[in-house]
Design a protein around this ligand. Structure first.
Ligand code: IVH
Length: 681
């Protein structure tokens, strides 16, 4: 993401160009994420783009535009977190490492201090020990007014804006008896499926993954831009009161019931125990259930239930006497790494995978472990034949934690990153600033399926009817190996599908035929070049006019186009420098694909006029309206600025309409828009 080759020597000019590129990239990715639910990049990659823009704007305040994604109302990013002093310190817990310690460190001490007989029972509350990070929420008269991290126990960081993005948390409490002040402590965590997805994305995007769900949760909550936190499905379970005014609780079970009653998330697995043996049984049960829970727990917490007794027992220096954290044993095992396999992901990322001598890891036989990426492999100096420690940390896929170097006998072999893709033999590229190696071949099997789906999709080549299901069948029958094969399909090929009729087969064939004359920008977009979304494809088609010109474009020529910077330019060059990609494009052209450049109507009545569409359009689709505008030389942009020519407002138009009015921009309804098109013809 850096300017790594000469562009212009003037840093201010460079910054201006890069910030325009970043705004456009972020806008593109926001749309992929929020509107299409089909993100192309990982959150971390998005975060990096966002941070880069923030830094540039900080350095050159003149570059800030009202449309900058950094300036959106409601989610303005913070410079840094404000420090918050906790009214009552947030303590930590004493640990018990096994069942015996639960008895000795809690029950024996409690009974001694309370003067209770050995065979009497103390009432306890048992809870899963969530592996996340502790926060304190403040509700004033039932409204969430603040949230802070635990910090050092006395002072934490104000994360209110981020906490407000947690969908499971009520912003106002419901029910009766809501206190004037309610401080609640709880654990913010990331469910395992979200954790796995974030790490998969990170690996696909060549970034180092989070080591465990706790780090992922902490990293997501401590984001200066709340909208980034909002993209991570963080959750919370509440487990303790802080300062409370206007309500009182007799016990922990009382408190949890009240909290749940007001709508706060309380772990449904909490359970009262009559005596320590029930608490020990709970610990045993949770350990057995640990792997089937949708979130990571690292133990249980046992608390004396009665708040009266809690007060009597009091606190030691940093932890209460009335509770103990019962930790589970780590899920680690030692085994031999027999081989290093290469796996190729959807976007061509080649990941090293450890093949292990099968070993039991707390009840699960493990034969594979992820090595994450080549940097990590080198940093940990992991070699074939090594004795290694593997761990399952919040993930079904275990990881190699470290090597027992002292057990080496000299026969262990290091493995160098591959030069060629193990699946298709294509060249392997390491993109600057990424830890991943990527196969750049367009005909690499794991990549083919997704690339064909994208190629045929509505906004790309728009091959009507050729949805995911048919693409899967074409691949399963071995009828297509790359996008060029689509144009060699016959009706008989389709007739081999399950439940295929004559008419449907003819329609599919006709749709493929019709796609041959799509506009150039659609074809460019359909190729699935990294970082080239629809808007960039349009800019490229307009600037180069033909595929041939684009194929030959130099980095300098590419970066001279508005909104295209080095990241995008380099990605385009890499794509067209690949022989395989060129061969596939060549075959498509030979089959009669003739991407046509619609010459922009220079001199059309709308030349130089930009349009923004907002609200619900009832008379035509946005896509169609955009085409009409472009046909007459105008352009369509996403947000309103001083430079906007017209705002076309459908029903239920919101903030864009308001802004256009403030800026004195001409606002048209659908009828007026159609009239304008008529008169400008
Ligand atoms: S009670 C004074 N309950 O464990 C008691 N803590 O090692 C305060 N934790 O900082 C904590 N689940 O982050 C409590 N059900 C639970 C918990 C829990 C996770 C965490 C919390 C705390 C740490 C102490």
């Amino acid at each position: 993401m850096q300017l790594s080759f000469p562009d212009s020597n003037d840093p201010a000019q460079k910054a201006e160009k890069r910030s325009a590129e970043l705004r456009s990239l972020i806008g593109h990715h926001n749309q992929r994420y929020y509107q299409l639910d089909a993100p192309e990049i990982s959150d971390a990659e998005y975060d990096a783009l966002f941070r880069e823009l923030l830094e540039l704007e900080e350095q050159y305040p003149g570059l800030v535009t009202p449309e900058s994604p950094t300036r959106r109302i409601g989610g303005a990013p913070l410079e840094k977190f404000r420090a918050v002093k906790h009214r009552l310190p947030m303590l930590s817990l004493d640990n018990a490492a096994n069942e015996d310690e639960i008895r000795s460190k809690l029950d024996v001490r409690v009974k001694k201090l309370l003067g209770v007989g050995g065979d009497e029972t103390v009432g306890y509350m048992c809870e899963p020990k969530m592996d996340g990070l502790a926060v304190e929420l403040v509700y004033e008269n039932g409204t969430l007014t603040g949230a802070s991290t635990r910090g050092d126990g006395y002072t934490g960081e104000d994360v209110t804006a981020n906490i407000r993005t947690l969908r499971c948390l009520p912003l106002t409490l419901n029910g009766t008896g809501i206190p004037a002040l309610l401080e609640v402590r709880g654990e913010v965590y990331l469910p395992l499926d979200a954790f796995r997805k974030i790490n998969r994305d990170k690996e696909e995007n060549g970034e180092p993954p989070f080591a465990n769900p706790r780090n992922a949760a902490a990293g997501s909550l401590r984001q200066l831009d709340p909208r980034i936190t909002a993209r991570r499905p963080l959750a919370i379970f509440c487990y303790a009161p802080g300062q409370v005014e206007g309500a009182s609780f007799a016990s922990q079970s009382d408190f949890l019931a009240a909290a749940a009653g007001w709508g706060l998330p309380v772990n449904p697995l909490v359970r009262a125990a009559a005596g320590i043996e029930e608490a020990v049984a709970y610990y045993r049960e949770m350990q057995a259930r640990r792997d089937s829970l949708p979130y990571e727990i690292d133990g249980t917490v046992v608390k004396v239930d009665s708040y009266l007794l809690q007060r009597e027992l009091g606190e030691k220096s940093r932890s209460p006497v009335w509770a103990v954290a019962c930790k589970f044993p780590p899920r680690q095992a030692e085994t031999v790494l027999e081989d290093i396999l290469l796996s190729v992901g959807r976007t061509g990322v080649i990941t090293p995978v450890a093949q292990l001598r099968p070993v039991d890891l707390s009840g699960v036989t493990v034969a594979r472990a992820t090595l994450h990426n080549w940097d990590e492999l080198a940093a940990k100096d992991i070699r074939i034949g090594d004795t290694v420690i593997v761990e399952r940390a919040g993930d079904v896929i275990p990881a190699v934690v470290r090597v027992r170097e002292e057990l080496r006998n000299g026969s262990e072999k290091s493995m160098a990153p591959p030069q060629k893709c193990p699946q298709c033999g294509s060249e392997v590229v390491r993109i600057a600033d990424e830890v991943a190696l990527r196969c750049m071949g367009l005909s690499c099997p794991p990549q083919i399926r997704e690339s064909i789906k994208h190629f045929a999709s509505r906004t790309a080549m728009d091959i009507e009817g050729l949805g995911d299901r048919f693409v899967e069948q074409l691949l399963a029958l071995g009828l297509v190996h790359n996008v060029a094969d689509l144009y060699a399909l016959t009706k008989d090929d389709f007739m081999a599908f399950e439940r295929m009729g004559d008419k449907l087969a003819s329609n599919l064939l006709a749709a493929i035929e019709a796609s041959k004359s799509r506009e150039l920008y659609r074809f460019i977009f359909a190729l699935g070049i990294r970082h080239v979304g629809e808007r960039t494809a349009k800019a490229l088609a307009q600037a180069f006019g033909s595929l041939d010109n684009l194929k030959k474009a130099t980095l300098e020529e590419l970066t001279s186009i508005r909104d295209i910077g080095t990241t995008v330019a380099q990605s385009i060059r890499t794509f067209f420098d690949n022989e395989e990609n060129l061969a596939i494009i060549g075959r498509m052209l030979a089959s009669g694909v003739t991407p046509t450049a619609t010459a922009k109507k220079v001199g059309g009545k709308l030349t130089g006029k930009s349009f923004v569409f907002t609200g619900t359009l009832t008379r035509f689709s946005r896509e169609h309206a955009g085409k009409l505008v472009e046909d007459q030389g105008g352009s369509v942009v996403g947000s309103v600025s001083k430079k906007t020519g017209y705002l076309v407002a459908g029903t239920e138009a919101g903030s864009k309409l308001e802004k256009a009015r403030q800026l004195g921009i001409t606002v048209l309804d659908e009828e007026e828009f159609l009239n304008l098109l008529e008169t400008s013809r």
